[in-house]
Write a protein that binds this ligand. Structure first.
Ligand SMILES: NC(=O)c1ccc[n+]([C@@H]2O[C@H](COP(=O)([O-])OP(=O)(O)OC[C@H]3O[C@@H](n4cnc5c(N)ncnc54)[C@H](O)[C@@H]3O)[C@@H](O)[C@H]2O)c1
Length: 265
């Protein structure tokens, strides 16, 4: 597929994990990708691993989601290089290592997590909006199943939940210009964030499909929503989560080593 031939995509959090997979996917489908990240050295490594044509089209820009001037400068660099902007994918974010409010987390902890995971993506869209193709521009925000049900982490989950309604409001505001805004909400994905917790696979029994996600699973959904295949889809949150939101039966059956029809009622 070459759904992004001739198009420009701006991807935050592009240096590692899910963001790097989004870069690989959009590049493979023809996009010129701008990699925006605080970790520019790792972003350069992501670029170095791309095929030659994609590598020559790629641009790494420093970008800190928590700093409005940094986000705006990154966007200006992207537009200055390519003269157009078709897709914006906000992947940067993540849980910060602080306790929940009820366990002693401070107001500053809460503010930092919400700033990174909710205000940050809003900053990215604000900076991108004047430049996005009209019609045809697309924004995809990476949320989390934590924003859709209780999986722990109060500030992180509340911030990710905020993206759901942020996207609806932005979809209405930008829809009249033919710009779409959607959210992809991943379940557990195999990235470095699980390294200090013994890896993600111990969570696989919760998943009806029997495994955790790979970054490429999320990148495929992001590419769909950013492409013209989703041209009449806006304001939605697409869970990409191996069925974990279907309910607790998979975990119950596997943990109890019982038949999948087992229940507790
Ligand atoms: N891995 C999972 O299980 C999982 C599940 C659900 C949602 N998510 C979400 O997916 C996104 C990516 O997660 P990941 O697992 O790939 O993490 P990761 O740590 O591998 O990648 C995050 C990227 O964001 C960048 N980044 C961090 N802070 C930044 C900032 N202030 N400004 C700009 N860039 C910044 C990092 O340098 C890194 O490249 C996050 O928003 C996360 O909340 C991850």
């Amino acid at each position: 597929m070459n759904r992004f031939e001739g198009r420009v995509a701006f991807v935050t959090g592009a240096a590692h994990g899910i963001g790097a997979a989004v870069v690989r996917r959009l590049s493979a489908e023809g996009a010129a990708v701008v990699l925006a990240d605080v970790d520019t050295a790792a972003a350069e490594e992501t670029v170095a691993a791309l095929a030659t044509v994609a590598r020559e089209r790629a641009l790494v820009v420093p970008c800190d989601l928590t700093d409005r001037a940094s986000v705006e400068a990154a966007m200006e660099s992207a537009v200055a290089r390519h003269g157009r902007l078709d897709a914006v994918v906000n992947v940067a974010g993540g849980a910060l290592p602080h306790p929940d409010q009820l366990d002693g987390g401070t107001d500053d902890d809460w503010a930092a997590t919400v700033d990174l995971n909710l205000a940050g993506p809003a900053r990215v869209v604000r900076a991108a909006a004047p430049h996005l193709a009209r019609p045809g521009g697309a924004v995809v925000l990476v949320g989390s199943v934590n924003g859709l049900a209780a999986f722990g982490g109060d500030a992180y989950s509340a911030a990710k939940a905020g993206l759901v309604v942020l996207a609806k409001n932005l979809a209405v505001r930008l829809g009249r210009d033919g710009v779409r805004v959607n959210v992809v909400a991943p379940g557990t994905v195999r990235t470095r964030v699980w390294d200090d917790q013994g890896g993600p696979d111990r969570l696989a029994p919760m998943y009806p499909l029997g495994r955790v996600g790979e970054p490429e699973d999320i990148a495929a959904a992001v590419a769909f929503l950013a492409s013209d295949d989703a041209t009449w889809i806006t304001g939605v949150t697409l869970p990409v989560e191996g069925g974990v939101l279907a309910g607790p039966l998979a975990a119950f059956a596997r943990l109890a080593d019982g038949p999948e029809r087992s229940g507790i009622s």
